[in-house]
Design a protein around this ligand. Sequence first.
Ligand SMILES: [Zn+2]
Length: 894
Amino acid sequence: MATALLILFLAGAKAATGHSQPVVLDHGPARLVILPQSGSLVLTDLRTGVSWECGSVDRPWASVTLAETGGRSDLPLDRCEVVPEPEGLRLRFQIGSRQGPAGFDLRITRLPDGPGFAFRWQADPALPVARLRLFEELRLGQSGEAAAAFVPVRMGLRVPAEGSQPFHARFETYGYEGCHMAMLGTARLGSAALWTWTNPDVTVELQRRLQAGPTNHPGARLTAAFDLGPAAREIRWIPVGRGDHVQIAKAYQNLARNAGWWVPWSQKLRGHPDRTRYLGAANVKLWSLLDRRMDETSTRELAVHVNWTFDQAARVAEHLRHDLHLDRVLFGIGGWIHRGYDNQHPDILPPAPECGGEAAFRDACRRILKLGYLLSPHDNYQDMYRDAPSWDERWLNKNADGSPTKGGVWAGGQAWIVCSRMALELAARPQNLPAVRNLSGANAYFIDTTFAAGLYECHDPQHPLTREDDLRWKQALSDYARNLFGSFGSEDGREWAVPHADFFEGLAGVGGHPLHNRDLLTRLNAEPVPLFELVYRECIQIYGKYGYDPARAADYVLHHLLLGRPLHYHNLPPGLYWEEDLYERAEPSIAAIQSTGPRAFSIRYAWKIEQPPKRNWRVFVHFCDEQGRILFQNDHDPEPPTRQWTPGAREVGPFNVTIPEGLNGPFSIRIGWYDPATGRRAQLQGPADPERRIRAGRLILRDHHARWEPEPETASANGPDPALFLRADHGWAEGLHPWDRFLKNTQELLGPLNLLTADQPMTEHAFLTPDHQVQRVRFGSDPRRACTVVVNRSTNDFPWLTSAFGPTVLPPGGFVVESDRFIAFHARTWNDITYHQAPFFTLRSLDDRPLTRSRRVRVFHGWGDPSIRIGRTTVRIPREAVVDPQTGRCTQTL
Ligand SMILES: [Zn+2]
């Protein structure tokens, strides 16, 4: 429709009063047509012929809201005078406000540095403009047009036009889970466009409507609109040509460079060699050394708990370095401050006496730094508590009515928001950051919430702030801390913080999910796409935040693998968790099952004992459904008791068991040990489920006859095993604490990948299957250094041809990382070996030569079959080894 109209009218505009003729403005391949009679505007990319149209007779494409005494009024901007200007057009509106008619100008100008237009407004100063709404009902596309919006919420979202649910959502610029970059991407029929602005006072509105369509396939239509607050004067539209979110992000990257926000590592490392430690570093944070909960008024203490003393905190770091051999770690400590986590800010010193006090804190910091780690104490200058010795309302941000701005209710009670201008003053007091720096010698610092919370306005006449001022003062606080400690990070992350920080904590995910608002993906039928990564990858280290269950985190790990980012480990168990004496080097299996009657069988258990058990355990045997729910049991006290068991093989039984009526199986058999006195379970060897039960195959009942069969290798019907990265069967971390297995496996995968690619751009992100469950990303444009990652999150095997190691098959949860110096895979076949148990291996060149020519290849084996073919030799590597591919010589290093 729109295309047909375009042919009828000539480019260039004629002046007209109350005109009704279409007006056309061209700028290279960008075309704009205003159709006054239908209240609409059409933007077309002439390279693709695809248009985005907005507005209608009922709701014109632009409207203004006035805040007048007596209430707000929305006025459509429908009748105007069009004045041609050298750079474009000026639309002059006469607005009838209560004070009488006033002028309102909307200028549409050609962008100076490429195709596209800027829309900029200006009003008679007497006109009380509260809001300008532009591109009303912007038609982003409908079902069948491969149409989508790309919203920069955290890493980014793809919101397709398709979907069976209508929704209405608003994304405030730099708000919490709003737009983390000042842009919106749109794609339709293979054509991409970018909408962008510079002032944070812009909110994007997205809406999906369902419309009648062929039976049970209702059509869906996606629309957008933009609300500009009084401080936001401009929005730009830039057609990108053929493409999708990758091209949109690259177009935006050019603008980010011009804005001074795109500051790459190469620049940040100049004069700060310590910052290279962020590349490839795991984020391990002892969330809270001292937990202390106050009532809401901060007057009564409700609970106090020490999770780690300062000495224990240092011992955790030493354990990571010496036992797990993790050499790159950003080690964070929270709750080290005087009255514990989220308490009595901004008065943080001396360090918590409950954790050992100042001398112990100083010693712990020294020991952590000695490991070569980044040490990042956690602090906060946005929240103030009433029981803080420095409490004074003069520091606080003020609302329009002059009252102090309330924050959340946290461990220390009701928090009050500090004005960001005053926050810098507080942080720079001698007893704050300068004293912490002297005491800790820390080489990193973390100030909570600075990059996470939305922007505030402050109405205190002593220190007023606009939202833009708030942004600048937060940047100033970051710069101050960063200069003092050498590097700096804060929560979540925003593009305006990129030049002022070295790490973001929370942008990559929240507690095991891509977003904090877990319903958003479902409600919008959206999926994560790495928009922020495509723009800013080579500028900053990015992590997720908050704790999660490692036994359910496989998909979260794969999400990080596709981002090429290391994980955050924020909920390690308290104390010296790995020293719990619940680890027993014993593995159960089924020796025999024999049918003894209808629904009855006898069962014998086999035990492989590597070390004598540390106590007398009772054995539990659960016969479960596929979800692990107990249906019946065969718990028993073994004879002799386990303390008397010696290394070697042992059989226990037989026991007679009856299958309850009504249950027909198959039954999953899960075995473990527990202490009847405490109920605590031992950590045994073998394929464990999250409840410390070893999976020992299945009991099948057929024609009243019971028999045993092995466990299917993975629960492929349900997608990847959620506990995949806890596996260590026949691998490096076998027998270790579950958190240590998870830490080791994930960091061996994600650390080297990040180290190799952190300073390279993400150049590709593609969906390889129609359900988008198999994805590929590529880092780097130089083919010699580029790195490709393929991840299979689907429920099916995925065949893939590697570039140098032949065809492979990725199981659900399988992956391949290929680059010239680092390789990782979890696959059923590799380099002409077909595996019975798909292993996880990584290979890294240690002599800085490509793996194909390297003479020293370090091999890490995580789990599964320990055989690998390197060069032409096949070697067996249970844990790790250095291999010379040319001679096949293999030095097992562990
Ligand atoms: Zn203020």
